[in-house]
Write a protein that binds this ligand. Sequence first.
Ligand code: CMP
Length: 841
Amino acid sequence: MLAGEEASIEIVQRWLQRRSSDEIETGSSSGSPGARAGRRSSLALTPEDEPLVDVANRSPPPSHIPAALFYAPPEPLELLCVFPERASRVCAAACNAAARAGGESRAVRGPREALDAFRRDADARIPHVVVIDARQPQLMDPTLLARAIRGMKNTQHVILVAVVKKSAYLKDDFAVIPYLEAGFNRVMVETLGATAWCAEMLQARAAAATTRAHVGAVAALTAATDRCRDLVAVTDDQQRILLTNKSWCRVVGWRPEEAPRPLTEAVSGEALRLAASGVRDWEAPVLIRRRAAPDPVLLPCRGSSVTLNKNTSHVVFVCEPSNAMDCERARGSLHSIRRGSLDVRSVASDGLRRTSLAKLQGLPLEAPITKVISLLSAATDGAPPSTIACIDRAVDMLRTSELYSPQMREDPKMRAEDPIATDLIGALLSREQVNSNIFYMQGATNVLSSRRSSNDSTVVRSQANRTNMKHKTTGQLREVLDTALSWEFEIFRLEDLTRGRPLTHLGLTLMGGRFDVCSTLECDERTLLHWLTVIETNYHAVNTYHNSTHAADVLQAVAFFMEKERLKMLLEPLEAAAALISAAAHDIDHPGTSSAFLCNSRHSLAILYNDVSVLESHHAALTFKLTLNDDRVNIFKNLDRDTYKSVRHNVIDMILATEMTKHFEHLAKFVNVFYAKSNGSKEDNMNTDEPLSLDTTALTSPENVVLIKRMMIKCADVSNASRPQKFAFEWARRIAEEYFLQTDEEKAKELPVVMPMFDRATCSIPRSQIGFIDYIIIDMMEAWAAFIDMPELVNHARNNHQRWRELDEAGVTTIADVKRAQRQNAIQSAPNSTSQPTAEE
Ligand SMILES: Nc1ncnc2c1ncn2[C@@H]1O[C@@H]2COP(=O)(O)O[C@H]2[C@H]1O
C-alpha cells in the first residue's frame, strides 16, 4: 500500500474514533431521530462502532413514521468483487478497503461464480455490495450481469457498483443511465486510492443498511396488514392498487398474486371521491363488489393519503368487515363477534365502541359459538370462492341468536297439500303474531276477563278451609288416584269425580304423597293443599283444553317420567319438587287463546311482556305472585334464601321451556348434547334414520340436567298425543274446540286470524292431529322415550297417527264426527263397558 493511502485511511479512522468516543463519553445525541440513533456517531469505520441501524437512520423517516421501525440487525459488510482479470489491482484495493472497514470480501472472475453467490444453497452469506468490473465489456458484459443479479430472488437490497475507466467516465458522451437501468446503484471511476475505496465502502454499507432497514420495515407492515381483520388496500395517487392484504383478497375474491388493478374495479362510493381530493384522513362508506357474491356490501372505510414532498404517493383504504363476511379467524373472542356486527350507521360512534370492546376483550369470556365461528373462518384459508361464500353464509347464520328456531318457510306445496298442518305448526312455532293482514278492533277487550268463569277470578280461601287435611278419599276417587302413576291414568274420570278439581286431588296424591314435596320444602300439608287450591282456582274452567285438567295431566306425566330409573338417579328431591310445581302451574290463568292473539288484541299482558313469551312469562310470574302473597299458601316460606332462589330458578326455567316457539331450540339442544350417532358425531342428529345412542358422559354436567328438565316438561305438556287413543282423541277434540273459539273470537272482533284453517265449519281434526304428530311429536318423543326407556310413548303416538289417518280416509273431519268415532272406539275396545271415554258423555 502506498504511504499516502495509508495516511489518509489513518486520518479517517482517527477522526471517526474521536467522534465516536466523544459521543459515548458525553452521551450527546447525533441529532438523528430515535433513541437508538441518538447515541451513535454519524460516521464510523467498524461495524462495532457503527451498528447498521444507525446508518439506516441517517436519513430520518418522516416524523409520523417511528424511526425504530427501521431496525435492521447489525452485520459486517460482505463484499463481492467480480473482476475478469485474476490479478486486478483495483479489485485488491476494494477488498482491502472492505477488510479495513471490518467487513469480508470475496473475488470471483466471471458471471457464473458471481450468480452462484446468490443461490439459495450458497455456502457464504449473501453479499451486501457487489463491485463489478465494467472496464472491459469485451471480457464481461457488466449490464448483463447486473440484470441477471437483479433477476434473482432477494437481491433488491444488494448495492451494485460498476467500476469504469477514468478515460471513459470523463468523456462527454459517458452515460450513467444504462447502468442505472441495468440495476446498478452506483458508478465509480477506477482507482487504487485507499481513501476513495474506504469512502465507497462506507457509502455502500450505509446504502445497503438503509435499504435493508426499509425492506424490513415494509415487510413487517405488510405482515401486519395481512394479520389484521380489516380489509386493507394501498393504491398509488391514480387509485391503482399496489397492495391488498389477505382479508381483502379473501373477501373480495382476488388472488394475492394477481396483477395490480384499478381500485374502482371492486370499490365505489364516497370514499373514492374523498381519496382523490387529496384529503389527508377521511371516513366514508364504500361499496365493495365481491366475486363470489352477487350483492355488493357497504362497509365503513377509513382512509389516509401518504405524501412525499407534498405529493400524494400512496392512499390507504381500511374497511371494517361486517356480518356479511368473516375476517376474524384468528380471534374468536366476544370482541370479534360484536365487532363483526357493526354496520355503516355505527361509524360515528365507533371510537367509543372500540374502547369498550377493548375492555371486553380483556375479560375471560368466550362462548363455544365464537370458537366454532373461528374454526369455520380458518377453514376458508385457501378455499375456492364458492366454498368461502358457503362458509360466510354459515357464519352469518351462526351469528344470529336464534340458532335453533326454525323459520317457517312459505311452502306453497305444503300449504296446498296440508293447509291445516301448515296453519297449526306455523302458529305454534312462529314468533310472528299474524299471517294475514293486520287490522285491529278499537278497544279490544280483555280476554282474561271476557272468557273467565265467575268463580275463578280470585284466590278462593274458603274452599281450602273446608278441605279435609288428611286428603282422605274413598270409593271411586280412591281407586282412580291409586293408579296415579300409570300411563293409562284416567284423567277424565278424575275430572268428573272431583267436579272439575282434578289438580288439587292429584297434586295431593303425587306431591304430598309419592314425592313428599312437603318434607323437601319443609312445609306442612295444609300449605300444600292451599297452594294447590289457589293454583287450580286460577285455571279457567271454561277453557276446553287449557284448564286445570290439562295441568293435572301434565303433572301426572311429569310424575310418571320421574319414576323412570334414569330420572330417579339424576334429579335431586328439590329438583323433583320444582318440576312438579312447574307442571301444576305451567298454564295458570291461561285465557284459552294464544300469545299471538294477546299481542294482536293489544292485551295488557302482551304490553307488559313486550310481545315476548307473553303467556309463559305470565304463568311463571303469577305462580310466584300467588304463592308469595299469602303465608297460608306459601310453600316456599321455610326455605332459606339460596334454596328458594334455586327452586324459583328451576320453576321459572321449566315453565318458560313450555313455550312452543322455542320447541326446536330445546329439542335440538337436548339431542345434540345427549345423543351421538353411531359414527360418534352429534351433528345433525335429528332427521336421521341412524339409531340414537345415548352419551352418558353428558349426564354429569349440571347445565345438561337443565336440558333434561326442560325436555321433561315439554314432553309432558304435549304428551296427550302419546297417550292411549281414547285420551289422545279427547284431548284433540278439546284443543280443536279451543282453537275454534279463538278463531270465532278473532273474526267477531275483526282481529287477524292466527290459524284461519281452524274454523269449525271446515277444519279436519284428523289432519290437524296427523300434522301435529308428524311435525312436533314424533321426533321429540323418540328422543325422550329413548332417554327414559319408555317405548310406549312412541308406540302410542304412532298408533294414534295411524288411527287419525284411517279416520281421515273415512271422511271424518268435524268435532261431531270425532265424537262419534270416539264412541265407536270405546265400544270396540270395551264391548261390555257402558262407560264412555269422553268427559262430556
Ligand atoms: N293434540 C294436540 N293437537 C294440536 N295442538 C296441540 C295438541 N296438544 C297440544 N297442542 C298445542 O301445543 C301447545 C303446547 O303448549 P300450550 O299448552 O301452551 O298449547 C298447546 C297447544 O297449542
